[in-house]
Design a protein around this ligand. Structure first.
Ligand code: AVJ
Ligand code: FE
Length: 390
């Protein structure tokens, strides 16, 4: 590994941290410690967890150093500590929390200086800098979780010059769809109320991450699937279409919608913004997405259909898209680098989401990426795209 690529890693670690700190910059310690919802961790937990995960992998595992705070790590274990208990844990807070983030980072950079990384590295954790990619992606994914909570913080404002650089003074429902190398279709300004459909001929499709790129274990191994012909909507379901469904069936409106006479307003962050009928719907549960699709005479796509059709899809990247697929291991799955990232969630309990949301850092966006959540969750930035058999 050349010094310049180590520099590139250090720079990207710094960039991810900058965004984390920008997100919490408008908040005081009391707000970081506050439990806003039993469904979401207090921000102080996410922050300590980000630092602890970095300490575990980049300092202790790679650098063989002792932990800074002994057994503290067990309070940051996401599986051992359900979200509703995290406000009561003896986690780091305030100045101690901030120093922990900084002290871990200092040691991470010391270790990075000492080691050998590159395509030939013997340790699979270091090959192609895997463990560093993992840590950058982990912090970015927790930024999205933090944003789920920030939606409920009254008066919260993004720093317009900050990590969400294009956000400006728009409300979250009107965030521009940021497209990257994986989602390079033209941004869709207005989602049609009745979407155009794309027909995909049946056949074999390669699904999963290619060997060369960084990906999580659950995206591998790449494998062939046989798909029957299907149709999929070119664009996601719009707020306007979802409002028709709500009015027609009496279904609950999405989270953060409130009625205002005949109109709908969005109430996230304590604001009151008119709902934009042309933007993709966000904050619906899997059950609601499934009900919408059936009401429209369609169904949710399987995750394999979504991945096979992804070059033809538009408007992805604003809201995650629920699929009808359970989160299952691909044939030949091998846990890497640790069992708990994916394996405990495999089964019929969790549903797969594909794409990305406005809150997802573009670095973690790729067509093979599999997100998952409980079918009742609606605080995540999730929307809908419909499909049907052809
Ligand atoms: C992929 C978003 C479901 O938050 O549980 C963060 C990501 N894994 N830390 C989650 C994750 C470990 C994961 N999701
Ligand atoms: Fe985590």
């Amino acid at each position: 590994m050349t010094p310049s690529s180590k520099e590139a890693i250090a720079e990207r670690l710094a960039e991810a941290r900058l965004r984390t700190l920008e997100l919490i910059q408008p908040l005081d310690d009391a707000q970081l410690n506050r439990v806003y919802s039993p469904l979401l961790s207090p921000l102080a937990w996410d922050l300590g967890h980000i630092a602890n995960f970095e300490e575990l992998w980049l300092v202790r595992t790679i650098g063989n150093r002792e932990p800074l705070h002994g057994e503290l790590g067990r309070f940051y274990d996401a599986i051992e500590n359900p979200r509703k208990t995290r406000g009561e844990l003896p986690i780091l807070r305030d100045a101690e929390l901030r120093s922990y983030l900084a002290d871990v980072r200092e040691r991470t950079l010391e270790v990075l200086d000492e080691i050998e990384i590159g395509p030939e590295a013997e340790d699979p954790l270091l090959r192609d800098g895997f463990v560093y990619e993992l840590l950058i992606a982990h912090e970015q994914q927790h930024n999205e979780t933090m944003l789920q909570l920030l939606m409920t913080v009254d008066g919260y404002e993004f720093d317009a010059g900050g990590g969400l650089r294009d956000a400006g003074d728009r409300s979250p429902g009107q965030m521009p769809v940021q497209l990257d190398r994986h989602f390079e279709y033209p941004p869709v300004r207005a989602i049609p109320r009745v979407p155009e459909t794309v027909r995909i001929d049946g056949g074999s499709f390669e699904i999963g991450a290619t060997a060369q790129e960084f990906a999580y274990d659950n995206e591998r191994p790449r494998h062939l699937v046989e798909l029957a012909p299907f149709e999929i909507d070119r664009t996601p379901v719009s707020n306007g279409a979802y409002a028709e469904f709500v009015e027609d069936t009496g279904a609950e409106p999405p989270m953060y919608w409130e009625r205002d006479g005949d109109a709908w307003i969005r109430t996230a962050m304590g604001r009151r913004d008119p709902m934009d009928p042309d933007a993709p719907v966000v904050h619906v549960s899997w059950h609601e997405a499934d009900a919408f699709a059936r009401w429209a005479g369609k169904r949710l796509p399987t995750e394999q259909e979504w991945e096979a059709a992804h070059p033809d899809l538009q408007g992805a990247g604003h809201a995650w898209e629920w699929t009808c697929s359970d989160f299952l291991a691909y044939p030949g799955f091998e846990a890497f680098p640790y069992r708990e990232y994916s394996e405990p969630f495999f089964g019929e309990t969790y549903k797969v989401l594909r794409g990305a949301s406005w809150a997802t850092d573009r670095n973690v966006v790729r067509p093979s990426f599999r997100n998952w959540d409980l079918p009742r969750r609606r605080q995540i930035f999730a929307g809908i795209r419909c499909a049907r058999d052809a």
